[in-house]
Design a protein around this ligand. Structure first.
Ligand SMILES: [Fe+2]
Length: 396
């Protein structure tokens, strides 16, 4: 690997190791074509290059954001020649007398299109047999060791649920841990909530009743992406947490009951909260797909569904497919089931990992669980930032 300090800066603060060096660079119909040592070729539009030009005239050297408007560039701007400097930096000369640009080869390689679908996922889909317990890490050790903290976050991203254990029962600890991931995202339950039995509950969660599998906040335009539950004390019996991988359920439905899968992707249910002081309402399919068909989110909560105002045939299709989804969500084969021990902190992807619980008997015991939310992109940002800070010699 070459000394990255010698390369031009990039429009970000990421590291771009040059693992595959360029072997040829040439203009091609005004664009730049780069051939790499592995034989692959990538092509870059002149506007792509110009707006990412690391020159201080176009890229603010501190913010690393472009200062150009698209209208600052001639519409027929064209690369007229290109060279590879001895260290691999790629220089481009332009039409219209525009000053030459120089690009970091690792950045160009990392942002090149080589065919196929750039969207990738590291998700590990699971059933109860494959994942009987959440991936679990020692809490105090993870708080001391950034590499272990990163391992917890990575497990959360990949499995949709991950646990810290042996944490002390401290006021504010849940917020401090969550804020190491990202900002807390408040909700109609406040910045943080305590799962306790309320005399006048504004959710089934605030009773001792069993809870079916569900996501929280299907009533929001974008339901919260992450949820954290911190068990600070538990002397009750019952109340085990029950988690299911809804992405696995959806994938199995796609393979085994495709008509129901398609209905769950197509039909948009509305969800509304039942509160005397707020009235949230949002609409979306149970299974959300990307444009390439990847499953990207779940909106499933039986007791927050609003009436489905639709033709009878659509109601029939909606209810039958919802029932098929529920049959899998409530099948023990899909359910990871475990007790909340004092000191456990469960973090899970609220739009992927369905959660629920057995009912519990509060007589003669207490149960103290705090919860709060943040979002998926906070998790992804924290993972990327930690990876950046833990990797040596990758900054540019
Ligand atoms: Fe919940």
């Amino acid at each position: 690997m070459k000394d990255t300090e010698r390369y031009p800066i990039t429009p970000d603060f990421d590291g771009w190791p040059v693992t595959v060096p360029p072997v040829a660079a040439r203009p091609e119909d005004g664009a730049l074509a780069v051939e790499w040592a592995d034989g692959q070729v990538s092509r870059y539009h002149p506007f792509f290059l110009a707006e990412n030009d690391p020159s201080p005239d176009t890229l603010h050297p501190l913010s690393r954001e472009t200062t150009l408007s698209p209208l600052d560039l001639p519409e027929d701007l064209a690369a007229v020649s290109a060279d590879i400097e001895p260290d691999g930096t790629i220089a481009v000369q332009w039409s219209h007398g525009r000053a030459a640009s120089r690009f970091h080869p690792g950045w160009l390689r990392g942002n090149g299109w080589f065919g196929g679908e750039p969207e990738s996922a590291a998700e590990v889909l699971w059933t109860a047999a494959e994942q009987p317990e959440p991936p679990t890490f020692d809490g105090p050790e993870a708080l001391r060791d950034p590499a272990l903290f990163l391992a917890w976050l990575t497990a959360l991203r990949d499995y949709g649920v991950a646990r810290l254990e042996n944490l002390p029962s401290e006021d504010g600890l849940l917020i401090r841990i969550a804020e190491r991931v990202g900002p807390v995202r408040e909700s109609n339950f406040g910045r943080m909530y305590t799962l306790e039995i309320k005399d006048d509950p504004d959710s089934n969660a605030f009773t001792s009743a069993a809870l079916m599998q569900h996501i929280d906040m299907p009533t929001r335009e974008c339901p919260h992406g992450l949820q954290f539950l911190f068990c600070r004390g538990n002397t009750t019996s019952g109340g085990e947490g029950i988690y299911a991988d809804a992405y696995r359920i959806a994938a199995d439905l796609a393979a085994e009951e495709p008509r129901h899968f398609e209905a769950l992707c197509d039909i948009r249910w509305t969800y509304n909260n039942r509160s005397k002081t707020s009235s949230y309402k949002a609409t979306g399919p149970v299974i959300e797909r990307s444009r390439t068909g990847r499953i990207t989110g779940i909106r499933y909560n039986t007791w927050l569904r609003a009436p489905l105002v639709a033709p009878l045939a659509e109601q029939d299709r909606a209810y039958r497919s919802y029932r098929a989804f529920t049959a899998r969500a409530q099948d023990a084969k899909c359910q990871m089931k475990f007790a909340y021990k004092p000191g456990d902190l469960l973090a899970f992807d609220n739009r992927r990992a369905l959660h629920g619980r057995n009912g519990y008997d509060a007589r003669g015991g207490t149960r103290f669980i705090e919860g709060l939310y943040s979002d998926r992109d906070d998790l992804h940002s924290a993972i990327r930032s930690l990876e950046r800070s833990l990797s040596k010699g990758k900054t540019s």
